[in-house]
Design a protein around this ligand. Structure first.
Ligand code: GLA
Length: 408
């Protein structure tokens, strides 16, 4: 299936409905959408039980679905030529269709928690650019969980499954409570950790589920709480470096390993509990790499706290400075930047309307996020494309993103 290219949500939704009708002969009774996210500040802090700021943005995974009675699943994705077919009681990874692992992983987690569900047909379409560090994978996991909930209602609680939610007279389910959203985020992260094998933290899944239009989320990854602060008057622009490194999962895991062994050697549950002064004083107990990674994480968590204060006071210029500092710390200590990302930040920094810029997400390729004075965003976009072409000979298409509500 080759879709038209559009980032307009209404058009993309119409396209998914249309494709579903063509493929399965009916209008899909369920259509969910889950947004991608931008990590605004807090690089690699989530799995260290730290703080991270993020925003759900207007790039989505759409999933149209209808239940089937034979226990089979047929998934069609507009990004891949072949559909994937399997039975709900035989959830195995297919090396020829790794993209379906995100769906299967969520189903496996639902099964483990005892949620009863049967088969379904689904058409999946995304406007989240894959590999650009905007978490298309988490959006697919969240879309899957919500679509299953619509077809086979379930409710997660602290102790496992709660009584299933009841539909109202019009067939609609009650809105998810924040508690249920957090359970879903944990379930989706477990799917990615265990089925896909990517040892990510909870940032992406929480962002997709808790997003709030015009607001930045501050996620406390130790206590699993989410606060929101308005961010208006500036634009968020994403510049995709176009670089995709094949070894990202391995490099990510290595950073995580260094952080966790540093915490262990310092006698802490996680780097969240470590103070910068203590870290410096105990440097001798750590390897050079462990110290560098820990130094980044501990100072980055402190930066999030300071940035939250700046944002609360409406001081966007100061807020942006923390983004630049974060990039420098990722580049010099965590060392998950690339020459291409560094160049994008350097170019952005030279533009007077750019308040802050940094790499966003796992790193080792992917994209930068830029905080730009709203009324000068067009000039910024043109400038970045032009300067990037001049310096590298390669085109660049900066994307202006809107902050949106979480998945529904
Ligand atoms: C990826 C992971 C997240 C987070 C970021 C880095 O996006 O999926 O859990 O660790 O990298 O902050």
């Amino acid at each position: 299936m080759t879709p038209r290219q559009t980032t307009n949500p209404a058009e993309a939704e119409a396209l998914v409905r249309d494709l579903f009708r063509k493929r399965f002969g009916v209008t899909p009774p369920h259509l969910v959408r889950a947004p991608g996210r931008l990590e605004v500040l807090g690089n690699h802090t989530d799995y260290n039980e730290g703080l991270v700021m993020a925003a759900a943005v207007d790039r989505f995974i759409f999933l149209a679905a209808e239940p089937r009675t034979d226990g089979r699943v047929e998934l069609v994705s507009t990004a891949f030529p072949e559909p994937e077919r399997f039975r709900v009681d035989e959830l195995r990874s297919n090396p020829a269709a790794r993209w379906a692992d995100y769906v299967k992983g969520v189903l496996a987690q639902l099964r483990r928690r005892g949620a009863p569900f049967g088969g379904f047909n689904a058409v999946i379409h995304g406007t989240v650019p894959a590999g650009a560090g905007m978490s298309s994978s988490a959006a697919l996991e969240v879309a899957t969980a919500l679509a299953v909930r619509r077809m086979y209602p379930f409710s997660l609680s602290d102790t496992g499954l709660a009584a299933p939610p009841q539909r109202d007279a019009r067939g609609a389910l009650p809105a998810l409570t924040p508690g249920e959203r957090m359970h879903l985020a944990r379930l989706c992260r477990a799917a990615e950790n265990e089925f896909v094998g990517m040892p990510c933290g909870i940032l992406d899944q929480v962002s997709s589920l808790f997003g709030r239009a015009w607001h930045v989320l501050t996620i406390d990854c130790r206590f699993l709480t989410v606060e929101t602060l308005p961010l208006t008057g500036e634009a968020l622009v994403v510049c995709d470096s176009g670089v995709r490194h094949a070894l990202v999962a391995g490099q990510y895991a290595e950073l995580r390993h260094n952080c966790e062994s540093a915490a262990r050697k310092l006698g802490a549950q996680a780097l969240r509990s470590v103070e910068l002064a203590d870290l410096k004083a105990q440097r001798g107990r750590l390897s050079e790499r462990e110290f560098e990674c820990a130094y980044h994480v501990v100072s980055e968590i402190a930066r999030v706290v300071a940035a939250e204060r700046a944002l609360r006071e409406g001081d966007h210029a100061q807020f942006g400075q923390y983004l630049f500092q974060s990039h420098e710390s990722s580049r010099d200590f965590l060392r998950n930047s690339t020459a291409e990302l560094d160049l994008l930040v350097e170019l952005a920094r030279a533009h007077p309307a750019c308040l802050g810029a940094r790499l966003t997400g796992g790193g080792f390729g992917g994209a930068t996020i830029n905080l730009v004075r709203h009324h000068e965003v067009e000039d910024f976009v043109e400038y970045m494309a032009r300067e990037h072409e001049r310096r590298t000979g390669r085109g660049l298409r900066p994307q202006v993103c809107q902050i949106v509500d979480g998945a529904e």
